[in-house]
Write a protein that binds this ligand. Structure first.
Ligand code: ARG
Ligand code: ZN
Length: 876
């Protein structure tokens, strides 16, 4: 473990590295508890560094065996080695080869950073600071080097040996049971992109011909017996490779691209050069074991990691403050890929739902931070929705402002200028400014100012003049460390919808707004639209063109109109959601729902609209979640009241539209064998949404329908949604179905995760005890991140009533798990603790309980830096 009280690191303190590494030769002799790592660093003094600076290499818990300089062993006072640092105060020359031998214990590595074991295989995770747990190294992203890696292992224990780049040599080690492989990566890279894998793995192979004629060998490695489950991932990989050539002109640059699926992984996946390592959740799928959401997740994450080859690897980050340079941009790219592969509006709706649920919530609480933070204590805690998802929104706004051609010109210039660099956000923004001639200095505030802007909009119709004036005010609320803000540049896409439901001309003064986007840049601003025949209803922030909270003077009637007629599908969705949200807020505040006819009318119209696809309807009709209602209420939230309001509204809609839902349920039945494509998935989504509404009262008929679907399902989507419906009701069918599900899938850990999650989400007082029992279940393990997330993580993140029990038992339970887990895996523990980020919006009793639980964590001695950082900032 590192220093208990890590120092804050500031962006403004950035200094170029004092020493560079021209090349590095690594030799790993794999052993379960004593892996020997020999590294030969060709060090060279950086002319841009501090003159005469010592060599200081990072380490983390390392055991040094041997040191040599230019082949001569080094001893005594010429160096100083601690587990966390190796210092040569007086380097012998301005360029020399330093040889370092360390011993590491992969079996004891429960943090899953550095070299560790998973299902008895060896693998690595180095981003952001894991390489220093393998050997001493300038472990920072702006030191790029050419890596050659020799891996040696017992052949029976690890028949497969993989590294970055291309395989250059392999063979047996004479007279032993061991063998080796040598991998060479010609592309200079930072240490965080290093990877190695060794173990007993099965391979599925394919190939890809790049547009300039390079034949790339593709491999996906999985546990033996799971080969048949990797087909969809391979298909997604090939589609990603083609898409990046077509959409961004980016071609793959090695002869091999390998993916390895492992079952113990802290995050989703990792873009190591030529050797991506994946959480197996984002690789393995069959219709029987994976839901439609799993398939889209696999497609998105495979694409994401592949796209990093250009946005992340060929151009990397100068320092970790620039994390969004690769992550925000790469999320944007994977979102665009999925939009092109599936339905663009439905993908946008899903992305915005996820953005609001995770990022808007983060922005509204004590963990808010800018897309590019300026200070951190533990960088692992900044792999956040703000860096990733808001980072992607910023890139999307850039595209909206510059247009398709301007955006592409900026991207091309960025690749041209910075290929091979460790770059900054300034470099990125300058590429767009220079390619288009546009001043982007105000736009760059999106990277620096945290908090979700509030855009307050009202309209004034002048019938005589035929004009409509839109008055816009913007305000960015205060966030930690940022009490006051400057106005932002906000691209506001809009339309003026006429009484016939069609867009009226959008003319400012007498200039047509060609792209449908006005630019809000001041604190208060008015836009006068002319040449209108009738009072329009404004359709604002179309496509969610800017990640803002919009407050408008639209009436419920205006929204019913937009839900039925808006030419922008996103805003049809948004209109109906807003109608529901206002009802839910009133219901939660007053304890009784207002009249619900408007929602029923809008929902009926959407359900009956034959021009809309099923996936869209399913999104539009799924009511806003409890989390979104709580975030909108913003203070004194009683989660029980929110839950009750939502339940009442579901019953109201389900009852009023029972006939329509029953018809839809039958109409959306499968017509052929299972296929994960978007259209089929959309039909399943709408059918399952109907099932949920039909069973919402817990009527015998509804439960029977869910039970029948559960038993007859030929795919996981239908089976798990039926089971989810059953688990929401306290009926005997629930426990029977849970047992049947377990018996059927008990050998399949990823499926059992779904079983854990459903039980963690039951909104009833018995849930906490159920979870405590499940933690003792043989299928559960605190050592496996997927298990922890599916049970305890799902509870804390989504079971708003039970996590926030008024007696505090939910809070205490989660912090107890955090403290136990911290000794094993601080990253996963810290992420779990971050579910307290919304505690300040709770009503006083629950708020006090959460605060007590957080204080108890903060006061516990010996915390990891990860957990200490979250506890401190959450209490802020
Ligand atoms: N770069 C990876 C991705 O976005 C995430 C790795 C983060 N890992 C970590 N331990 N913080 O695809
Ligand atoms: Zn990424």
């Amino acid at each position: 473990m590192r220093d208990a009280e890590p120092k804050a690191i500031h962006l403004s303190d950035y200094r170029a590295p004092d020493w560079l590494v021209d090349k590095v030769d690594l030799d790993f002799s794999l052993h379960p508890s004593q892996t020997r790592v020999t590294s030969k660093l060709s060090l060279r003094r950086n002319p841009a560094g501090a003159p005469g600076a010592p060599v200081v290499l990072d380490g983390d818990g390392l055991t040094l065996v041997r040191l040599a300089i230019d082949g001569k062993p080094l001893a005594g006072p010429s160096f100083e080695a601690t587990p966390d640092r190796l210092t040569l105060a007086h380097p012998p020359a301005d360029a020399f080869v330093l040889e370092v031998e360390t011993l590491v214990d992969p079996t004891a590595n429960t943090q899953l950073m550095g070299l560790y074991r998973t299902s008895s295989n060896y693998c690595t995770q180095c981003e952001p600071e894991g390489f220093r747990r393998i050997t001493y190294y300038p472990d920072r992203p702006d030191v790029l080097s050419v890596f050659t890696t020799r891996v040696e292992a017992d052949e029976a224990e690890a028949p497969v040996l993989l590294g970055n780049g291309n395989l250059v040599e392999s063979g047996k080690v004479d007279g032993t049971s061991r063998h080796y492989a040598v991998w060479h990566d010609p592309w200079p890279k930072p240490s965080y992109l290093f990877a190695l894998v060794g173990g007993r793995l099965a391979k599925i192979s394919d190939s890809f011909l790049t547009r300039s004629g390079r034949e790339v060998e593709l491999g996906i490695y999985v546990e033996h017996g799971k080969e048949a489950r990797a087909g969809y991932a391979m298909d997604a990989l090939k589609r990603s490779m083609r898409w990046d050539e077509e959409a961004f002109g980016r071609e793959y640059d090695l002869d091999v691209f390998n993916i390895v699926a492992v079952s113990d992984f802290n995050m989703g996946a990792m873009e190591n050069k030529g050797l991506n390592v994946f959480n197996d959740k984002y690789v393995l799928a069959t219709p029987e074991t994976a839901t439609d959401a799993d398939y889209t997740g696999i497609e998105g994450v495979i694409a994401h990691e592949y796209f990093h080859n250009w946005t992340g690897n060929r151009i990397t980050c100068r320092d970790w403050f620039q994390l969004c340079l690769k992550e925000g941009l790469t999320v944007f790219r994977d979102q665009e890929f999925s939009s092109d592969e599936r339905s663009r509006p439905v993908k946008r709706i899903a992305d915005v739902r996820a953005l609001k649920a995770a990022q808007f919530t983060e922005d509204q609480g004590p963990l808010a931070h800018p897309v590019r933070p300026e200070t951190y204590r533990e960088i692992n805690n900044f792999y956040t929705a703000t860096v990733y998802e808001k980072g992607a929104e910023v890139v999307r706004m850039l595209k909206t402002l510059l247009g398709e051609a301007g955006f592409r010109a900026g991207m091309d210039l960025y690749f041209e200028r910075h290929d091979g660099d460790a770059a900054t956000i300034e470099d990125f923004v300058a590429s767009f400014a220079d390619a288009t001639g546009r001043d982007l200095s105000q736009f760059a505030l999106w990277y620096a100012q945290s908090g979700t802007p509030v855009l307050t909009v009202s309209g004034a119709w002048d019938a005589e003049a035929g004009t409509y004036r839109l008055d816009v005010a913007q305000e960015v609320p205060p966030t930690p460390g940022q009490p006051t803000k400057k106005p932002m540049l906000i691209p506001l896409a809009l339309g003026l919808v006429g009484p016939d439901g069609r867009d009226q001309p959008l003319t400012l003064g007498n200039v047509p707004v060609g792209n449908g986007v006005v630019e809000v840049s001041e604190a208060r601003q008015s836009f006068l639209f002319t040449g209108l025949d009738a009072r329009p209803v404004p359709s604002l922030n179309r496509g969610f063109s800017a990640p803002v909270n919009l407050v408008s003077d639209l009436t419920e009637q205006d929204r019913v109109f937009l839900a039925a007629h808006d030419a922008d599908p996103f805003n049809r969705f948004d209109a109906i959601q807003r109608i529901a949200l206002e009802m839910l807020k009133t219901g939660a505040r007053t304890g009784s729902l207002p009249a619900t006819e408007a929602l029923v009318t809008a929902a009926r119209a959407i359900l009956a609209d034959t021009t809309l696809d099923a996936a869209f309807k399913a999104q539009a009709l799924a009511l806003p979640g409890e989390g979104e209602v709580a975030r909108e209420l913003a203070k004194d939230v009683d989660p029980d009241a929110v839950f009750a309001a939502r339940k009442a509204l579901r019953i109201a809609v389900g009852t009023a539209l029972e006939g329509a839902f029953a018809t839809t349920y039958s109409a959306m039945a499968a017509t052929g064998p299972f296929s994960p494509d978007a259209a089929s998935a959309g039909r399943r989504a709408l059918r399952n949404l109907s099932l949920d509404f039909l069973a919402v009262t817990g009527s015998a008929e509804g439960i029977a329908r869910a039970k029948a679907q559960f038993e007859a399902a030929d795919n996981m989507t239908d089976r798990i949604t039926a089971l989810a419906v059953l688990t929401q009701h306290e009926v005997p069918e629930r426990e029977a179905a849970l047992k049947a599900f377990y018996d059927r899938f008990e050998r399949d850990a990823l499926v059992i995760d779904k079983w854990f999650t459903l039980q963690a989400q039951i909104a009833a007082p018995g849930t906490l005890d159920r979870i405590k029992d499940l933690m003792l279940h043989p299928a559960f393990s605190l050592g496996n991140p997927n298990r922890v997330r599916s049970l305890v993580g799902a509870f804390a993140a989504t079971n708003t009533t039970q996590f926030n029990r008024a007696d505090g038992a939910g809070h205490d339970f989660v912090t107890d798990v955090v403290l136990t887990l911290d000794g094993k895996n601080p990253q996963v523990a810290a992420r779990l603790l971050a579910s307290f980020k919304t505690f300040r919006q709770l009503e006083p009793v629950r708020r006090a309980s959460a605060e007590r639980a957080l204080r108890k964590v903060a006061e516990t001695p010996g915390l990891s830096p990860d957990v200490a950082d979250i506890a401190t900032r959450a209490l802020g």
